[in-house]
Design a binder for this molecule. Structure first.
Ligand code: 3HC
Length: 309
């Protein structure tokens, strides 16, 4: 029945809006994810405006993009440092910043948000932008765990709304999850898929379900690793070594949790647990809660499961 409804919704909306070739992109949120997405979009020839509420965050984001581009160039242009410098300059010319999302959205083919994981804030943002953005503009969210359909509900462009979920570090991780709700039109989905390919990424298609594909598997895996050390069955160091050398993962679960951010992980688990309290995969973790309460959020604060210089 749900599948049937989904097909009907897609059919209805597909005639209303044509396929959009995404060239001008607004990215809202100058944190690690927003800056990473802006970098990749600019490096692939898109015109990008990065938006945040204050200039200091934007300055930090631009500095982060330059730093990351230097790392990319060191490898890509190892024998031609001058060409590398030229590449960085060219990419940075494609990036501008602004603190007024409404003004920028007026000239955008795609508005993608990577802001705080708060449904009300996301709904308010898109509700406002819906009134000022052109009809063809596609809205997308990079949320890790919130339902795309719920975020979209504050707008009148349900057919032009989808999810684009990137992975940290964005310049290195090839995957993008392209998320469709029951109302996302085929044209919007195709536009988002083509945009992901134009970024040089490998897109996969996901329905609007908790955690999509990657986080639905990765977060319970990291949570079980925490329970494993809480039970005293192994140390975090040995668990990390085990998963790297025994399963071929680039990082062990504790290294990865610190890298992703323990606050992000807690937010995801708490949301799922509230939604489905009897599911043992979503059970809250005492140790994770304790570390977050102590402000030990992982690499970004200098300490999580491990300490960082
Ligand atoms: N920008 C540009 N280049 C980068 C980079 C960045 N941010 N991070 C790493 N690199 C490149 C650089 O070339 C770097 O060389 P350099 O240090 O000389 O500049 C090279 O990668 C190697 O990096 P490292 O020496 O730091 O270490 P690794 O070889 O282990 O690679 C890694 C780092 C790519 C992060 C790898 O460890 C990895 O793939 N880890 C798993 C990451 C992962 O699983 N991410 C998904 C998390 S889930 C998520 O994001 C979803 C969200 O919703 C929660």
């Amino acid at each position: 029945m749900a599948f049937f409804t989904h097909q009907i919704c897609r059919g209805l909306s597909s005639s209303a809006v044509r396929h959009v070739v995404i060239k001008n992109v607004t990215i809202i949120g100058g944190g690690q994810m927003g800056a990473g997405i802006a970098q990749v979009a600019a490096a692939t020839g898109h015109s990008v405006t990065l938006v945040d509420t204050n200039e200091d965050i934007l300055k930090k984001a631009v500095k982060g993009i330059e730093g990351s581009l230097k790392r990319v160039v060191k490898k890509k242009f190892a024998d031609k440092p001058e060409a590398g410098q030229e590449f960085i300059q060219k990419v940075m010319q494609n990036v501008s910043t602004n603190t007024d999302a409404g003004a920028v959205a007026q000239g955008s083919d795609l508005v993608l948000e990577a802001i705080v994981e708060n449904i009300k804030i996301k709904q308010d943002l898109f509700g406002h932008l819906d009134k000022v953005a052109p009809a063809h503009t596609i809205f997308a969210s990079n949320t890790s765990s919130l339902p795309i359909a719920e975020i979209a509900s504050s707008t009148n462009r349900l057919d032009r709304f989808g999810g684009l979920h990137f992975f940290n570090p964005v310049p290195m991780m090839k995957l993008v999850e392209v998320v469709r709700t029951s109302a996302t039109s085929q044209e919007t989905f195709d536009s988002l898929l083509n945009f992901s390919k134009a970024l040089g990424k490998a897109p996969v298609s996901c329905m609007d379900t908790p955690g999509f594909i990657v986080n639905r598997l990765l977060v319970p895996y990291m949570a079980e690793a925490i329970r494993l050390i809480e039970r005293g069955h192994a140390s975090k160091e040995d668990t990390d070594i085990a998963m790297k050398l025994g399963a071929g993962y680039p990082m062990g679960p504790f290294e990865l949790a610190d890298y992703v951010g323990l606050d992000t992980m807690k937010f995801i688990i708490d949301g799922w647990s509230a939604m489905d309290p009897s599911n043992p995969l979503f059970a809250p973790s005492e140790l994770l809660n304790k570390l977050v309460a102590e402000g030990k959020l992982g690499k970004k604060t200098g300490e999580g499961f491990y300490k960082y210089k």
